[in-house]
Design a protein around this ligand. Structure first.
Ligand code: UD1
Length: 367
């Protein structure tokens, strides 16, 4: 019997690990456990996802919480080392690009535990993003790389990853999307908020570069106020953004514009239903670029770069400059011109996790 630990820490990790857990359930000679670092801890940012994704409670919870990058990364490393000494896994899986991803990789690789990175090889080229540093550092030390799109494969091979340990398997986030869509189709969330399909724009915004500076955040909210004259704007707010709106005294913009509906962060099923039925999505997220491409819903991403170029090349995603002019231009064009229809990227078929489990069991663990 081999023991495999998958690490989750922050909201975008849960939907990547849930289908991997299900895939390993099919192997009687593997025990797959989920470890939660506790980087995200609010019920709406964490617990809700375990329920929506039918994921078992984590076998190990570290409770590290928030802090500066150094504090958070260091706390995860210290606690993860203790967990590894106790759990003694044969293999560790990390996903995505959050602080928990690099912290656990650095710890497990130094402890000599074979470590695989799922969603490896993505690069925005923007070293100002903490996630880009996490991606570069994780990919340069892990032992196996599982890739979602061709650009990931190209980046890794260019940077010297041995090609026999790099596997183009597709996207586990899209596995979760396929799994949950039937439930999302039955969700009552649109009625609860008073929305009709295709009559609203869904907005998410949490990147420090967009929401930490009062001026940038204020301008973004003013633009949403303008957009709300044409469309209902639904904005599930990340705790970071919520705190900044309050502390920068920007609540008045929301109060004066009743067509902007600021709501709490949503669970996975509700959010999926809201994405699928929106007219378009305006976001600065990483994963939403992929989910909208899989759903065929137009997405405007308020960033100058993307680590997920396939979503722009063949999907429904468009990057728009994070300036007032750039965002206004982007919104004007999507309201007034023909929209991207898009295609589904190769291997985004709902079976990436099955491929990953099979490769780990047979090739990495030799079972
Ligand atoms: C993290 C990831 C980011 C990902 C995002 C999704 C890193 C470097 N960033 O950013 O890539 O897109 O998660 O949400 O890992 N907070 C709460 N409750 C929570 C979690 C956070 O109130 O459950 C607040 C705290 O004030 C915290 C702040 O949000 O300081 C930021 O949380 P943090 O985990 O540092 O980063 P995110 O912005 O969530």
């Amino acid at each position: 019997m081999k023991k495999i630990i998958s690490v989750v820490g922050a909201r975008p990790n849960f939907m990547k690990v849930a289908p991997i857990h299900r895939a390993f359930n099919k192997y009687p000679n593997v025990e797959h456990l989920i470890l939660h670092t506790g980087q995200h801890y609010d019920a709406a940012m964490s617990d809700a996802f375990f329920q929506d994704l039918d994921m078992p409670q984590p076998a190990y919870f570290m409770g590290v919480g928030s802090g500066s990058h150094a504090e958070q990364t260091a706390k995860v490393m210290v606690e993860f080392e203790k967990a590894m000494l106790e759990l003694k896994p044969d293999f560790v899986i990390v996903v995505g690009d959050v602080n928990s991803t690099i912290a656990c990789t650095l710890t497990s690789v130094k402890m000599g535990i074979p470590t695989a990175h799922v969603e490896a090889g993505l690069r925005s080229g923007d070293r100002g993003m903490p996630e880009e540093i996490n991606r570069i550092a994780t990919d340069s030390i892990c032992d196996y790389w599982f890739v979602t799109e061709q650009s990931g494969l190209d980046n890794l091979l260019q940077n010297g990853s041995p090609k026999e340990k790099v596997f183009f398997v597709g996207n586990t986030m899209i596995d979760s999307l396929h799994y949950a869509l039937p439930k999302a189709d039955k969700s009552d969330i649109l009625n609860e908020i008073g929305l009709k399909p295709k009559e609203y724009v869904l907005v998410t915004m949490h990147r420090p570069s967009n929401v930490d500076e009062p001026k940038q955040l204020g301008e973004l909210l003013e633009i949403l106020a303008e957009l709300s004259k044409d469309r209902i704007v639904v904005f599930p707010v990340h705790p970071r953004t919520r705190k900044n709106i309050a502390s920068h005294g920007l609540n008045r913009i929301i109060e004066q514009n009743p067509n902007i509906k600021l709501i709490d962060p949503q669970g996975y099923i509700s959010f999926l239903a809201m994405m699928k039925n929106s007219d378009f999505v305006l976001t600065d997220s990483g994963g939403i670029q992929e989910e909208t491409t899989a759903l065929g819903v137009p997405c405007m991403t308020i960033r100058t770069t993307t680590e997920r170029p396939i979503t722009c090349e063949i999907g429904t995603n468009t990057l728009i400059e994070p300036t007032s002019d750039g965002i206004r231009k982007g919104i004007h064009s999507i309201l007034n011109s023909r929209r991207k229809t898009g295609q589904i990227p190769p291997l985004w078929d709902g079976h990436a996790s099955d491929r990953i489990a099979e490769i780990i069991v047979t090739q990495c663990l030799g079972l």
